[in-house]
Write a protein that binds this ligand. Structure first.
Ligand code: SF4
Length: 457
C-alpha cells in the first residue's frame, strides 16, 4: 500500500520489484497477503495521520485475514523508527527509507515464527536505486517517474524532508540515461524526473550545472515524447538551462517551481534563498524565452509570522502573475524543523481562510487560461478511460502533468492508452478541457462516442 509523493511511489515500485525477484508472489488484495507493507508518508500532520490510520486499518487483517507480518516503510518509519512500534503494537517491523533494497530479506526474517518479535530496520538513508534495481511500475505504462537524486542539502524552515531523506545524493548521469533508455524501450512516452531538489542535481557528484548536463544527455534518448522535471528550486537557473528548455522538442514546456511565499521577510524567515524581485525576474525570463510555457508553483499559507499585509501581498502577486497552475498548502507545525520554535504562529482557522482566498484568486485565472485554448488543436497523450465512464478518454497535453493537474476529456474519436493524438478543444472547465480527436494513429472509421459535450464540476 503506497502513500505520499511520487518519490515514495518509486520506492514502492523498487520494493515490489525486489520482492518479486526474490520469489514473493505479489497480491493487490491485502486480505490475501501474508505480508502487508504500508509505504508511509511523514511530510505533514495530515499525511502522518493518514499513514497511521492505514496501518491500524491493515492491522485488523492480522485478526481476520491471512496477514502474518505487517510492516511500515517510508518516511514516517524513517522519522519515528522504534517509537512507531511502541505506538502501534500491530506492527512487526519498521523499515527506513535506506533499507528498501533489503525488503525481501527483511520479510523472510520477519516471517520466521521464532523471529517475529517487533524489529527496526533503519540506517542513515544512503540507499539510492539504479537502473539495475528490479522495479514493478505502478500507474500508466506510458508514463514513468525516474528518481534522479534523493535527499536535500537545503534547510527550509518548514520542511522535515532532510530529516527523513538525508543529504542530497545524486545518481550518476549514466545510470539515469540507461534507465531512460530501458523505459523508452518499454513504450514510455513521458519521463517524469523527480527528486527533492532537482536544480541541485549532481552538486554532490561535483558536476558543474549537473541538471543541465543531465538533460542534455536525456534529450538524446530515442522514443520519448516529453521529459518533465519536477521540484525546481528558484536558484541556479542559468540562461543555458532556459535555452535548452526552449530548444529541445522533448523537454516539456512545463516548469514546476514551488516559491512557498513572495514576501521578502517571509522568504527570509522560511530560510528560502532569493527574494520577490529575483523570483519575478526568473518567471519573466522563463516566460519570455519559452513560448507556450506552463508555469506551476506552490505557496504555503500560515507560516509563523505571516501578517495580513504579507498575505495580501501574496494574494495580489498570484493575481498579477497569473500562474497556469498554483497550489496552496497550509503550514504544518513539524517537530524538529526550525519553524517549530518560531513565534507568531497563525491559528488554523485563519490559515484555512487564507488558503481558500488564494485558491479563489486562482480559479478564474485557471478557467480563463483553459477557455483560451478552445478552438485550438493540441497534441495529447492518451491515459485511458476515466474510472467514472467508458464513454470518454482521459488525456493530457504538454502543460498537464500526471496526477497533479487536470485532464483533457476526449468525447469523440478512437485512441489507445499511450498514443499521442491531435485533439480539437471544444470546451473548458476550471481545471479540465474537453475535445475530440482530429488525428490519431488508431483513427479507423468507427461508431463515434456519444457522450455529454460538457462536463460540469
Ligand atoms: S528544498 Fe524542498 S525538500 Fe529541500 S528543504 Fe526545501 S522544501 Fe524541503
Amino acid at each position: 500500500m503506497n502513500l505520499g509523493c511520487t518519490k515514495n511511489q518509486v520506492d514502492a515500485e523498487i520494493m515490489l520489484g525486489t520482492l518479486a525477484a526474490n520469489g514473493f508472489e505479489l497480491s493487490a488484495d491485502p486480505d490475501k497477503a501474508e505480508v502487508v507493507i504500508i509505504n508511509t508518508c511523514g511530510f505533514i500532520e495530515e499525511a502522518k495521520q493518514e499513514s497511521i490510520n492505514t496501518i491500524i486499518e491493515h492491522g485488523e487483517l492480522k485478526k481476520s485475514g491471512s496477514c502474518k507480518v505487517l510492516i511500515a516503510a517510508g518516511c514516517l518509519a524513517q522519522r519515528y523508527q522504534g517509537d512507531l512500534l511502541k505506538e502501534l503494537p500491530e506492527l512487526d517491523g519498521v523499515v527506513g527509507t535506506g533499507e528498501i533494497g533489503k525488503i525481501a530479506d527483511i520479510c523472510k526474517k520477519l516471517l520466521q515464527p521464532k523471529k517475529r518479535h517487533q524489529r527496526v530496520f533503519i540506517s542513515q538513508p544512503p540507499y539510492l536505486y539504479d537502473e539495475m534495481a528490479p522495479r514493478i511500475r505502478l500507474g500508466h505504462s506510458h508514463s514513468a517517474y525516474v528518481k534522479i537524486a534523493e535527499g536535500c542539502n537545503r534547510n527550509c524552515a518548514f520542511c522535515a524532508i532532510p530529516i527523513m531523506r538525508g543529504k542530497q545524493r545524486s545518481r550518476p548521469i549514466e545510470s539515469i540515461v540507461a534507465e531512460a533508455r530501458q523505459l523508452a524501450a518499454e513504450g514510455v512516452k513521458e519521463l517524469n524526473l523527480i527528486s527533492q531538489d532537482t536544480v541541485n542535481y549532481g552538486v554532490d557528484l561535483g558536476i558543474r550545472q549537473g541538471f543541465t548536463a543531465l538533460l542534455k544527455q536525456l534529450v538524446k534518448v530515442k522514443g520519448l515524447r516529453w521529459i518533465r522535471p519536477f521540484y525546481l528550486y528558484p536558484q541556479q537557473v542559468t540562461d543555458e538551462l532556459i535555452a535548452l528548455y526552449a530548444g529541445e522538442e522533448t523537454l516539456a514546456k512545463y516548469i514546476d517551481m514551488p516559491f512557498q511565499h513572495i514576501n521578502d521577510a517571509m522568504l527570509k524567515r522560511m530560510h528560502r534563498l532569493g527574494g520577490k524581485a529575483d523570483i519575478t525576474a526568473l518567471v519573466e525570463k522563463f516566460r519570455s524565452r519559452i513560448p507556450g510555457l506552463t508555469f506551476r508553483t506552490a505557496f504555503i499559507v500560515g507560516f509563523p509570522g505571516e501578517t495580513d499585509e504579507a498575505f495580501s501581498e501574496l494574494k495580489a502577486y498570484v493575481e498579477e502573475m497569473a500562474f497556469d497552475r498554483m497550489a496552496a498548502f497550509l503550514y504544518s507545525d513539524e517537530e524538529g524543523v526550525p519553524a517549530e520554535q518560531m513565534d507568531g504562529k497563525v491559528d488554523r482557522e485563519l490559515m484555512q481562510e487564507r488558503q481558500n482566498e488564494l485558491l479563489a484568486v486562482q480559479e478564474p485565472i485557471a478557467l480563463a487560461k483553459g477557455r483560451a485554448l478552445i478552438g485550438r488543436t493540441l497534441e495529447v497523450l492518451v491515459d485511458g478511460a476515466p474510472e467514472e465512464t467508458e464513454h470518454l478518454l482521459e488525456a493530457r497535453h504538454e502543460g498537464l502533468a500526471p496526477e497533479i493537474d487536470g485532464v483533457v476529456y476526449i468525447n469523440d474519436g478512437v485512441a489507445k492508452p499511450g498514443e499521442l493524438v491531435k485533439v480539437k478543444i471544444t470546451d473548458a472547465t476550471t481545471y479540465d478541457l474537453v475535445g475530440h480527436i482530429v488525428d490519431s494513429p488508431s483513427s479507423v472509421p468507427t461508431v463515434p462516442r456519444r457522450a455529454p459535450a460538457v462536463l460540469h464540476r
